[in-house]
Design a protein around this ligand. Structure first.
Ligand SMILES: *Cc1c(COP(=O)(O)O)cnc(C)c1O
Length: 355
C-alpha cells in the first residue's frame, strides 16, 4: 500500500531553481551579486541573540514602515515569506478548483506551480512577437471563471515592461470582481519614465473605486535579501484581510523582518547599487546587440536571449566558460546583470558562442 496523495499533482513539475556551480559565476537567479550592506548584517547579527523567541507574526513594524514609505494605510500592506508565498496566498484567497488564474507566458516560473498547488486552472497567454505582455490577448482570455490575473512587469524572464497606457487600458478592461496582481519584483531597476509605478497606479485605481488592483514587491532582488525570504503585497483592505487568513503563522522570520527594516533605512545605498546595475545592463545589452544577438529592451536586472532551439547549446557553452545562466530549453536564456567583472566574463563567453 502506498499513501494516497493528490493525483492532480502527479503532472506537476517541481520548481527548478537557478543552479549554483562551484567555481562558476552565478547569473541564474536575478540576485544582486554584491553582498549585504554592513548595516544590514549588523542588524541581523544583533537580532540573532533573540531567536529563541517567535517573531511578530504580523510583522507590525515592517508593515508600518512600508505603509509610511508607500503612502498607504497599514491595512493595505501584507508581508510574506517571499512574494512567491504571497502569490500562492492570493490564489488560495481567491480561487477554488472551478476557477482560473490568468498569466502571460513565458513569465515567472512560480505562477503555474502555485496555481496548480491550489488546484485552480491555469490560463497562459502567449507573449507578443516582441517578447512583451500581450495586453489585448490577455483581455480576450478573461472568462467568467477568471478570478486572478498576474501582470508581471517588468516580465521575468524577458525584461519587458508595460507602459502606463497599456497597464491602465488593461485594468480598465478587467471586470471589477477579478483581482489584477501587478508583480513588480524588479520595480527598482526600471529606468524608463513611461513605465509607471504600480503602487501609484493602484492607489489611483482605488481612488476611483476600483478595488481590484494589487501590487507585489520583494526584498529579494534590489534589496539583496534573497536568502532571507521576505516580500510584500500592497492591496485594498478586503484583499489583505483575506490573504492574511490563508497565511502560515510566523511565516516571515525574525531575522528577515529586521533585515528588511534595516534595508529600508539603507535605501540610498541600495538604490545606488541598482543604478550601477542599470548602467551595466545598458552596456551588456549593447554589446550583445552589436554582436548580433536579439535582446528585447529590458527594465529589469537581467537580459533575455530568445535563442529558441539553440538555448541548450548556449547554456552548455556558458557553463564551459564558468558562467551559469538560466536556460529555458527551446525558448531562451535569461542572464542576470552582475558586477562589471562578472558581466565581462559572460560577454566574453557570449561573443565566443558560434552564431
Ligand atoms: C523573484 C521574483 C519574485 C519573488 O521572489 P521572492 O524571493 O519569493 O520574493 C516574484 N515575482 C517575480 C516575477 C520574480 O522574478
Amino acid at each position: 500500500m502506498t499513501v494516497r496523495t493528490r493525483a492532480d499533482l502527479d503532472a506537476l513539475p517541481g520548481y527548478v531553481p537557478g543552479k549554483s556551480v562551484p567555481g562558476a559565476i552565478k547569473l541564474a537567479s536575478n540576485e544582486v551579486s554584491l553582498g549585504p550592506l554592513p548595516s544590514v548584517v549588523k542588524a541581523v547579527a544583533e537580532a540573532a541573540s533573540r531567536i529563541n523567541r517567535y517573531p511578530d507574526s504580523a510583522a507590525g513594524e515592517l508593515v508600518a514602515a512600508l505603509a509610511r514609505k508607500l503612502g498607504v494605510a497599514e491595512d493595505n500592506v501584507s508581508v510574506g515569506c517571499g512574494s512567491v508565498t504571497l502569490c500562492q496566498q492570493l490564489i488560495q484567497a481567491t480561487c477554488t478548483e472551478a476557477d482560473e488564474v490568468l498569466f502571460p507566458w513565458r513569465s515567472f516560473e512560480a505562477y503555474p506551480v502555485v496555481t496548480q498547488v491550489v488546484g485552480a486552472a491555469q490560463v497562459r497567454v502567449p507573449l507578443t512577437g516582441g517578447h512583451a505582455l500581450d495586453v489585448d490577448a490577455m483581455i480576450a482570455a478573461i472568462t467568467p471563471a477568471t478570478r486572478l490575473v498576474f501582470v508581471c512587469t517588468p516580465n521575468n524572464p524577458t525584461g519587458t515592461a508595460l507602459r502606463r497606457e497599456e497597464l491602465e487600458r488593461f485594468i480598465d478592461a478587467v471586470p471589477a470582481d477579478v483581482l489584477v496582481v501587478i508583480d513588480e519584483a524588479y520595480r527598482e531597476f526600471v529606468s524608463d519614465p513611461e513605465v509607471p509605478d504600480g503602487v501609484e497606479v493602484a492607489k489611483e485605481q482605488w481612488a476611483r473605486g476600483r478595488d481590484n488592483v494589487a501590487v507585489l514587491r520583494t526584498f529579494s532582488k534590489a534589496y539583496g535579501l534573497a536568502g532571507l525570504r521576505v516580500g510584500y503585497l500592497v492591496a485594498p483592505e478586503a484583499v489583505t484581510a483575506v490573504v492574511r487568513k490563508v497565511f502560515v503563522p510566523f511565516g516571515v522570520n525574525a531575522l528577515a523582518q529586521v533585515a528588511a527594516l534595516a534595508s529600508l533605512e539603507a535605501e540610498d545605498e541600495l538604490f545606488a547599487r541598482c543604478r550601477e546595475i542599470v548602467a551595466e545592463r545598458g552596456r551588456v545589452r549593447s554589446a550583445l546587440v552589436d554582436a548580433g544577438y536579439e535582446v528585447p529592451e529590458t527594465q529589469a536586472n537581467f537580459v533575455w536571449l530568445p535563442l529558441g532551439a539553440r538555448t541548450a547549446e548556449f547554456n552548455e557553452h556558458c557553463l564551459a566558460h564558468k558562467v551559469v545562466v538560466r536556460a529555458f530549453v527551446g525558448d531562451g536564456a535569461r542572464v542576470t546583470i552582475g558586477t562589471a567583472e562578472e558581466n565581462d566574463t559572460f560577454l566574453a563567453a557570449a561573443l565566443a558562442f558560434p552564431r
